[in-house]
Structures are given as C-alpha cells and as structure tokens.
Design a protein around this ligand. Structure first.
Ligand SMILES: N=C(N)NCCCC[C@H](N)C(=O)O
Ligand SMILES: O=C(O)CCC(=O)C(=O)O
Ligand SMILES: [Fe+2]
Length: 351
C-alpha cells in the first residue's frame, strides 16, 4: 500500500541469516522479531536497509572499486563488451543509452544476467540467450572454439581490473544466497510457509546484476545531459539489494504523498526493495515503491544492484493464502516473469 514514511527502516537481519534454515527456527524470538520488521518495512516503505547480513564490508567496497575502475577505462575499451541484441543484452551501455519513460538516464552500466542456453526456455527467452563472456577477464585475450564454424574466435576483451570475474562471481553467489534467506523471511512475514518461494516460483531464481556509474553532471556534454541518473521506476522481480557508494546521497524513494525520501548511504548496509513479482504474488499486500537516482554531487557515484527474481519461466499469480487475506479475489493477472523482463529489456534502450 505504501505510507507517508519519512525514513527507511534499518533491520539487523543477523538472527535470520543465522537461523532461517534451521528446522527449529519457528520458535526463535529474535528471528520472529526480524520477520515482523520485514513485514512492517514491506508494507510501509517497500524499502529497508539490512545490516548483519554476513557480507564483508571490504568485499562490498572491492566490488564498487572494480566497477569504478572499469568505468574509468577509455570508451573504446568499454565498447569491447558493448551490450547488443547479439549479446543477449548483456554488457556495457553508455551514458544515455538506458531510457526511462522516454528520457535518457545519466548513467553507464554493465548488465549481467543469469546465463541462458539456446532453446532453454523456448521462444520466451530468445532475445536474452547468452552468457557473460566478459567474465573471462583473467585470461585476455580469450579464444573460443566456435562449434559451428569449427574455428577459433578471438574475443578482444577490455583491460579489466584484476580479478574482475572471480570477484563478481563470488559476490553474485553470496548475494544469491543472502537473497534466498531474506525471501524466506518475507515468506514468513506474509504468513506463508518458509519455502513458499522455493518451488516453481523461485526455486531456480533468475538473477540480474547491474554495475552502475553515475557521472558528475558537468562531465556530461550539455547537449546530451538530462537531470536524472535513473528515472522513476519499480524493479521487476522479487527483491533488490543495492550496494551504494558510502558518501554520496543520490537514491530517492517516493512515499505515498509523492515526497522523495533519500535512501542515504549507511556504510556496510544493503538497500533492499521489493519488485513487481512480489506485488502480484502477494496480491498487493506488498507493493513495489517508485525510486529514482539523481547524482547532484561533485563526485562520480557507483552502485551495484543485485536483483533476485522469480524462475525465468514462472507464471506468477496471486497465491491463495494472500488472496484469502485480501478479499478472496485476485487483484492482478498472471504474469510470466520472463515475459515481463524481456518486454522491459527490449524497450529500455536506444540502440
Ligand atoms: N532491472 C532493473 N530494475 N533495472 C533498473 C533500470 C530501471 C530503468 C529502466 N529504464 C526502466 O524504465 O525500468
Ligand atoms: O543506483 C542506485 O542506487 C539504484 C539503481 C536502481 O534503482 C536500479 O538499477 O534499478
Ligand atoms: Fe531500481
């Protein structure tokens, strides 16, 4: 529903991280307290910070640092992993290439998605088939045997910061597991079974990782400049975890009255928010909150957003126990998550 929240709650989720997989967790007072706080946060703001999540602050910083270093490479280097339809929309997009509500966003980014093999989801995933080749950063130049032409292809990779691929792979694995735990907490918060998201809804969760850079506005040529780093939007899946720079206030979250509330950086925390699929699944008990990014600071801002989403081919619809709690009928139609994502991806960019 959303409310007139003036600030975003901070939740210490350590009891959840430590005990959510424990068979006796239903009797754990500390854990149930976290579940209650998650429920309040998801109803009120749709946004919350988490601490006590178990991911080292030094790793969070390292991931932001390699992201910043990548974006400092010359444009020609970054273009070596240009995002194209052929790359399954994976890769680098320049400032202004992402468009929100018709307006170019003042950020550059690398989009990484769960690898999808040819034919894996039939026609549904065709536009997004591919893998994150640019992870091969420890072995440039990279030769790959093309099984169709039986020849080797040379991938001319950019001069990545060292350990770029192993660092990101490790980070993505840790965030995937952390997200799974938070989703177990959210399942309980809704009054459902702890494993509600683990079957055909999100037992094989699709993940998206966006490494994002927001330049200082005066560094952007005037004719290309707009006033927003990322226009107002909701996220597409279940849960987002944002790892943002420590000292730049730029992410803004809209409350029910239309005021923009800063999600100011709290070092060592992730900013979490819920996405479109959770709205449908919970029959609107939890609603995603509009948010945007404006970098008015004199410094380049980096954030790394991890999106934990449904199974790619999940048909998400209001679950029975949530329907019962909200008048008995479904407020939203069934959505195939992959269709929702593909539709967004195909309209998000000027090419
Ligand atoms: N996967 C996510 N959430 N990406 C966030 C980008 C949001 C902006 C995008 N142009 C849009 O209009 O959705
Ligand atoms: O950069 C941020 O703080 C948030 C980015 C965001 O909202 C997104 O990529 O969906
Ligand atoms: Fe977002």
């Amino acid at each position: 529903m959303g409310s007139d929240f003036k600030s975003i709650p901070l939740i210490d989720i350590s009891p959840l991280v430590e005990k959510i997989d424990d068979p006796n967790m239903a009797n754990d007072k500390d854990l149930l307290q976290v579940v209650r706080m998650l429920d309040d946060a998801c109803r009120e703001a749709g946004f919350f910070y988490v601490k006590g999540h178990g991911i080292a602050e030094s790793l969070m910083k390292e991931v932001r640092d390699v992201t910043q270093k990548f974006f400092q490479l010359p444009y020609e280097e970054k273009l070596k992993i240009k995002m194209t339809p052929q790359s399954g929309y994976r890769g680098y997009q320049r400032v202004g290439e992402n468009v929100t509500k018709g307006k170019p966003d003042m950020h550059e980014a690398i989009d990484c998605y769960t690898p999808i093999e040819p034919g894996q989801f039939g026609d549904l995933a065709k536009p997004m088939e591919g893998s994150n080749l640019w992870y091969g950063s420890n072995f440039p130049p990279l030769f790959v045997l093309d099984i169709i032409s039986q020849s080797t292809i040379l991938f001319d990779l950019p001069k990545y910061p060292s350990n770029f691929d192993s660092l990101l792979e490790n980070y993505i694995n840790l965030l995937r597991d952390l997200s799974r735990k938070i989703m177990r907490g959210i399942a309980l918060a809704l009054g459902g079974p702890v494993d509600a998201f683990e079957g055909k809804t999100a037992g094989d969760p699709f993940w998206v990782c966006r490494l994002i850079g927001y330049p200082v506005s005066t560094d952007i040529p005037e004719e290309q400049r707009t006033d927003t780093g990322c226009g107002a939007h909701t996220d597409y899946g279940l849960l987002t975890l944002v790892n943002q720079d420590d000292d730049i206030c730029a992410l803004e979250v809209r409350n029910k009255s239309g005021e923009w509330i800063y999600a100011k950086p709290l070092p060592g925390t992730f900013v979490c928010n819920i996405g479109d699929m959770l709205k449908v699944w919970s029959n609107g008990i939890y609603q995603p909150t509009l948010h945007r990014v404006v970098n008015n600071s004199p410094r380049y801002r980096v954030s790394v957003a991890f999106f934990y989403e449904s199974n790619f081919d999940a048909a998400v619809e209001p679950v029975e126990f949530c329907r019962e709690r909200t008048g008995g009928f479904a407020k939203y139609e069934k959505v195939v998550y992959g269709e929702h994502l593909v539709q967004k991806v195909l309209t998000n960019f000027v090419m």
